[in-house]
Design a protein. Structure first.
Length: 451
């Protein structure tokens, strides 16, 4: 990184950042209070509130959102007449999955092979630290040149919409000229990237019932309708032979124009086993950024260990559908539910229930804020030009903010590059990316204030 006072300050703060991220990662802040104690999420929220207070933020508050979680808010005034920038991150995390599969404990930040490992290190507790680093660097180099609002969400990973509903009920709270969402990531380590589109998502639970109770498979199997077999038939109908998503009424042939994703590189990033084919058609970018994608997230059925020779009376599954820009998530939900019901065989009883939803997002990349960010990233990443990429994941809050503040510019950056393995075991963050993106954010705020 080229010599720059902001960059030098950030570099000096990295040991502190590592210690703080370790403290934050230690909270098991999964916003599923049936599995994880509410006190863990409350602890993380209080940690962030204390950090904002220590940096001179005013009006620091724990916001009780309608889904039963807390978001952390703070306001740091800048010069009179300055613009306002909202910095977003979330402190809730995905469950660690199989803790035994982690090389080191998921809630203990561990340095290994030049990366810091721990659940939430990249997604998105590292984003909280990134915002703090940028603001500290500015305070040490002439001050923060804009009004800053920080919002740290407590339930983004659950998709329960608490912060969206709260923002809609308090529309002035998060109003800003520009919003920086720190929950995306570079296309790969060292390549500065802003995310210009997000797929939306919907979650649907399907329940199939065929019998009043389980039956002996020897006595009744072959004629008694098996609910698990019916569910398998329904789920299989969601994909074509090549693995493409096929939902009645949902057109999947959109193309991605822009940065492309090399197929071999994708295979490496996704850790696809040798000899196993990728699914779908079109370019990789088409498939993961511009087209719908269905995933079966879970099935309730007897585990192999302890299973009995029975015809199953009932079975259910949780189905996720990622929705590309240009498709309304509510309409996609209706199509998915109608498809599941229409493809249920044998007259089995079927019930579907929507349990989560978020709209897709598309940013205006011609806005002044994007110019300011491009200039900042050119300094933070010498010799690299800022790239525009899509992201297959969803950040439902983006659309809520875009609707509430239609004049606001929204930029998506962050630490979730492919090596980070977010949502998987052994999630990690690159400290070099944390450093460079913190520099980029600080310089962006300077550039944006000067324009």
């Amino acid at each position: 990184m080229s010599s720059n006072p902001v960059a030098e300050t950030v570099a000096s703060l990295i040991p502190r950042a590592q210690a703080e991220l370790a403290e934050l990662v230690a909270f098991k802040s999964v916003a599923d209070f049936d599995q994880f104690p509410r006190s863990e999420s409350e602890g993380a929220a209080n940690w962030i509130a204390d950090a904002l207070t220590a940096e001179g933020f005013q009006d620091v508050a724990l916001l009780d959102t309608p889904d039963g979680t807390q978001s952390v808010y703070g306001y740091l005034p800048g010069p009179e007449g300055a613009r306002t920038v909202l910095l977003y991150a979330h402190y809730d995390v995905q469950p660690p999955l199989d803790e035994a599969a982690w090389t080191t404990p998921p809630f203990e930040l561990t340095e290994r092979d030049g990366r810091w490992y721990g659940r939430g290190a990249a997604d998105c507790k590292g984003g909280v630290i990134m915002h703090l680093l940028a603001l500290r660097a500015l305070k040490a180099n002439g001050g923060v040149p804009v009004h800053i609002k920080v919002i740290a969400e407590g339930s983004e990973e659950m998709g329960t919409g608490g912060l969206e509903r709260y923002a809609e009920a308090h529309p002035d709270l998060l109003a800003a000229d520009t919003i920086v969402i720190g929950d995306a990531g570079n296309f790969r380590v060292g390549l500065p990237t802003v995310t210009s589109t997000l797929r939306g998502m919907t979650l649907v639970r399907i329940q199939i019932d065929t019998l009043r109770g389980n039956l002996h498979s020897g006595q009744f199997g072959g004629a008694a309708p098996d609910a698990l077999a019916a569910l398998i038939r329904v789920l299989d109908s969601l994909r074509a032979e090549d693995g493409s998503t096929t939902i009645d009424g949902l057109t999947p042939e959109t193309r991605w124009e822009g940065l492309q994703y090399d197929e071999e590189q994708f295979r490496q990033d996704a850790k696809v086993l040798d000899g196993v084919q990728l699914i779908g058609s079109g370019s990789v970018a088409d498939r993961i950024w511009a087209r719908p994608a269905v995933t079966v997230l879970g099935i309730d059925c007897p585990p192999v260990v302890g299973a009995t020779p029975s015809v199953q009376a009932g079975a259910r599954a949780l189905v996720s559908l990622r929705v590309p820009p240009g498709v309304d998530a509510a309409e996609a939900t209706k199509l998915l539910q109608a498809h599941l019901e229409a493809h249920t065989p044998w007259g089995a009883r079927v019930r579907t229930e929507q349990v989560g939803q978020g709209q897709p997002f598309s940013a205006d990349t011609t806005s002044p804020a994007y110019t300011a960010m491009a200039e900042a990233m050119a300094v933070a990443y010498p010799g690299q030009e800022m790239q525009y990429a899509g992201q297959g994941g969803s950040i439902p809050l983006c659309n809520t903010l875009a609707a509430l503040y239609p004049q606001a510019e929204i930029l998506l950056i962050g630490l979730s590059e492919p090596e980070a393995q977010i949502h998987a075991v052994n999630e990690s963050v690159s400290p070099e990316e944390l450093e460079r993106l913190s520099v980029a954010e600080a310089l962006f705020l300077q550039n944006y204030a000067a324009n």
